[in-house]
Design a protein around this ligand. Structure first.
Ligand SMILES: Cc1cc2nc3c(=O)[nH]c(=O)nc-3n(C[C@H](O)[C@H](O)[C@H](O)COP(=O)(O)OP(=O)(O)OC[C@H]3O[C@@H](n4cnc5c(N)ncnc54)[C@H](O)[C@@H]3O)c2cc1C
Length: 371
């Protein structure tokens, strides 16, 4: 009998599991990929795509359907829709499709790969949070606003905030004021790469404001934005770009399967605890941390465990990365990072990440050759 594997989320994690399963050409398996967007978003390069002329639309957003077309049409379905509910007892998920149509989709195995998003009152293009048209439009409007602004405030000095400030300052550090707000007295939290990142940002004329946690923002009649900090101070800026408040996209999952931080609670096999056939990978798990290379490893493990389960075999513990790597581009010429506890030179980070922001790798992710 044909077994149905439903995969929620068409990004790094979900697409990888989809390809890994379909490549096996198991005729007793049907994969149903559900994605909010028709395209795969190489969000790693979103920080550079907000500088006009740097990244082509068709390179950063690539259609998913042609990448699946090489598999027999009977082996998969690709649904554009949003999971709005899940019932792990009855093995069904509720999917909101286009035009207000809702479908209840049954599964034998379910993969949760709906990632995480920045939870801020100002929409930002750092994640594939909406439809293809909406992501593209947000990238374009942010790029236009950045080119027109004289003063830009980036909130959050984590990796995304550092990269956003670096890209803006590489292009406009001598002509616009770029301010980076850090909620603490460091950049990149307590990571050992933090001081090097701060140093690189200063070279590009970024003003780093420490202990300056943004708590709210409001659009003024003038079109500017007023950002209020925790200490009551306000900053008036032409463009406000928050990079804070990463939150997993798990609102459709029953609360008993989530941890306090709303990530999915999984065991060593990446199986959702207290289930037998629900698996989770990537930023919905965010363990050991959110990262696409970690996601990729987890996706490979989840796909393997699903195959084992289909053969009535026991799952195997998920494999992690041999070493944790943090690489932070700081503009188009420099970077800061570490491999494990060893700091990496700026040039090395630039070569490995900052030069292209991984764009040449995107083709392999979409066509499944990495899976
Ligand atoms: C600017 C930036 C740079 C980064 N650089 C690096 C890096 O250098 N190295 C690294 O390892 N990591 C990096 N990351 C982290 C990396 O982007 C994430 O770890 C990766 O995107 C996780 O992939 P995912 O598939 O788990 O989820 P996501 O990429 O978050 O994708 C989730 C998908 O699910 C969809 N979705 C959401 N809710 C639903 C729903 N209810 N129903 C159906 N679909 C849904 C979304 O639209 C999206 O397509 C970076 C992140 C950012 C923001």
């Amino acid at each position: 009998m044909v077994q149905r594997v439903v995969i929620l989320g068409g990004s790094f994690g979900g697409l990888h599991v989809t390809h890994a399963l379909l490549k096996k050409r198991n005729k007793d398996l049907k994969v149903i990929l559900v994605s909010k967007n028709s395209h795969f978003f190489w969000n790693i390069a979103s920080v550079r795509a907000i500088v006009p002329g740097q990244i082509k639309d068709e390179d950063i957003l690539r259609p998913i359907a042609p990448a699946l077309a090489r598999y027999p049409s009977s082996s998969y379905e690709f649904l554009i829709g949003e999971a709005t509910g899940a019932d792990f007892a009855s093995n069904t998920v509720t999917i909101a499709l286009k035009d207000g149509i809702t479908s209840t989709v049954p599964y034998d195995h379910l993969v949760l790969a709906t990632g995480a998003n920045y939870d801020s009152e100002v929409p930002t293009p750092w994640k594939a949070s909406n439809s293809y048209d909406e992501i593209l439009s947000l990238l374009h409007s942010t790029a236009t606003a950045a080119s027109q602004a004289n003063h830009i405030t980036v909130a959050g000095a984590g990796a995304t905030g550092v990269e956003v400030a670096g890209e803006l300052a590489y292009e406009w550090g001598n002509t616009k004021q770029i301010v980076l707000l850090s909620g603490s007295s460091t950049v990149l939290g307590n990571d050992i790469a933090g001081p090097a990142a701060a140093n690189e940002l200063k070279k590009l004329n970024v003003t780093i404001k420490y202990n300056a946690r943004a708590v709210s923002s409001k659009k003024l009649d003038s079109g500017k934005t007023e950002v209020t900090l925790e200490n009551g101070e306000t900053i008036t800026t032409d463009l406000y770009l928050p990079t804070t408040g990463m939150s997993p996209n798990t609102s459709y999952i029953p609360a008993e399967y989530l941890l306090g931080n709303k990530t999915v609670d999984v065991d060593e096999f990446l199986r959702v605890k207290n289930t037998t056939n629900v698996w989770a990978v990537g930023d919905v798990v965010s363990k050991p941390r959110a990262g696409f290379m970690i996601t990729q490893k987890q996706a490979a493990s989840a796909a393997k465990n699903i195959e084992l389960a289909l053969q009535s075999k026991q799952p195997v513990p998920a494999k992690g990365l041999p070493v944790d790597i943090l690489a932070c581009a700081v503009g188009r010429g420099r970077g800061a990072g570490r491999m494990g506890s060893i700091k990496l030179p700026s040039f090395g980070v630039w070569l490995a990440k900052g030069k292209t922001l991984g764009m040449p790798m995107a083709a392999g992710y979409i066509d499944g050759s990495v899976a």
